[in-house]
Design a protein around this ligand. Structure first.
Ligand SMILES: *Cc1c(COP(=O)(O)O)cnc(C)c1O
Length: 380
């Protein structure tokens, strides 16, 4: 594959209903999305459509195809639950510099670009993603790097977005060099779905560039075993052979991977490809994503089954991001013992209790009780 073929793949990406119709016969729910979008004068629920042709080729015409569910929008994106939030992780409140999110003492996350190769329909950062802001400017990079220089507790910088690997090599390199100059000791973490959705982007030049930024790890997001296609497998192999440690975060998604057998196959497939399963995430409470989420009780049951089946190196941590910036917590069935009708009570790492909806009973949840900190209860 020539080094520029990923640019052509992206240029041929499907971005419209007409483009989709050329590959798939759209279901009623999928057509319903576009009908609602035109009624809404295209304001819509706010996440662009883009599917690289290579990913669309992996999708089948089956209406419930697990890959199709991740990339083809459905009308349910217009359904908003009262407990959903535009910015469910309260990132905007934790932004010491533009595009820089700092919530955990030793880690910060830099939104390198808002662009992704593919817009995943379960995206939780839809308040930012694909909003035509483009790559971080030189000034934004300089200010974020200067902040890193003045913040000695920071040890790790996560490049995210958007997908940082949609940047051109030289733009990516400029970001690394700016942070490296301010902080020679920083560990870089690149969060990307590119090995899944645009594997041709992992060129020999890119692998070399990433290798030069050591210490650097790459965290991917494979959600289904069929995403471990031959081109994706080659992309992972190229990165690992270049000497880059690889981890994977999977989002638990209804109709995609909400069965222990599917996740077992995925995690084993990752380990075989020398990728360590790092997190399995409960879907975040982002607007219009309820149809992708698995109720928390069912989610912990799936995880318990996996815990009995898988070796330590194949088993990720199951985690949920608490609403309103409560942070990430690992989750076990035992965590769900405290509850009130319709709501679980979950404890953040600093000891605060938060309400979290039990969506198995979505119709019965009293929307008066919500997940805001005012309605969370502090432990005695
Ligand atoms: C998830 C996240 C991190 C990384 O957390 P880990 O548990 O180290 O993977 C860092 N910053 C923000 C804002 C995050 O959401």
């Amino acid at each position: 594959m020539s080094s520029s073929s990923w640019i052509q793949d992206l240029a041929r990406a499907v971005t419209s209903r007409e483009g989709l119709r050329r590959s798939l016969s759209l279901t009623e729910d999928e057509e319903g999305y576009f009908a609602a979008l035109s009624r809404d004068n295209h304001a819509g629920p706010g996440l662009s459509l883009r599917i690289p042709s290579s990913y669309l080729d992996l999708c089948t015409d089956h209406p419930d195809d697990p890959l199709r569910r991740q990339c083809v929008p459905r009308r349910q994106e217009f359904d908003r639950q009262p407990w959903e939030d535009d910015d469910p992780l309260l990132e905007v409140a934790h932004t010491p510099r533009p595009r820089l999110i700092h919530r955990y003492r030793d880690r910060a996350l830099f939104l390198a670009t808002d662009t992704c190769a593919m817009y995943c329909r379960h995206c939780f950062r839809r308040y930012f993603t694909g909003k035509q802001r483009g790559p971080a400017t030189g000034e934004e990079i300089a200010r974020a790097a200067a902040w890193a220089g003045q913040t000695p507790s920071l040890r790790e910088l996560i490049l995210s977005g958007g997908d940082p690997l949609t940047l051109k090599d030289e733009d990516l390199k400029a970001i690394f060099l700016a942070f490296r100059a301010a902080r020679p000791d920083l560990v870089f973490r690149v969060a990307t779905r590119v090995p899944v959705v645009l594997p041709g982007r992992i060129t020999p030049e890119l692998s070399r560039l990433l290798r030069q930024q050591t210490p650097l790890v790459v965290v991917t997001q494979f959600n289904h075993p069929r995403e471990l296609s031959p081109p994706s497998t080659r992309a992972l192999e190229a990165l690992v052979d270049a000497g880059i440690p690889l981890f994977n975060q999977t989002v638990l998604l209804r109709g995609v991977n909400d069965h222990p057998d599917t996740l077992e196959e995925l995690f084993r497939g990752l380990v075989v490809r020398r990728v360590t399963p790092y997190y399995l995430f409960q879907g975040d409470l982002a607007p219009g994503t309820a149809h992708h989420r698995v109720p928390l009780g069912e989610a912990t049951e799936i995880f318990s089954t996996l815990r009995r089946r898988l070796s330590g190196i194949a088993l990720p941590t199951f985690a949920v991001d608490l609403p309103q910036g409560g942070g990430k917590i690992p989750l076990y069935p035992e965590s769900l013992s405290r509850r009130e009708p319709g709501w679980y009570h979950l404890q953040s790492l600093d000891g605060t209790w938060f309400r979290y909806p039990d969506e198995a009973f979505a119709g019965e949840i009293d929307p008066g009780a919500d997940s805001r900190p005012e309605s969370s209860v502090k432990i005695k």
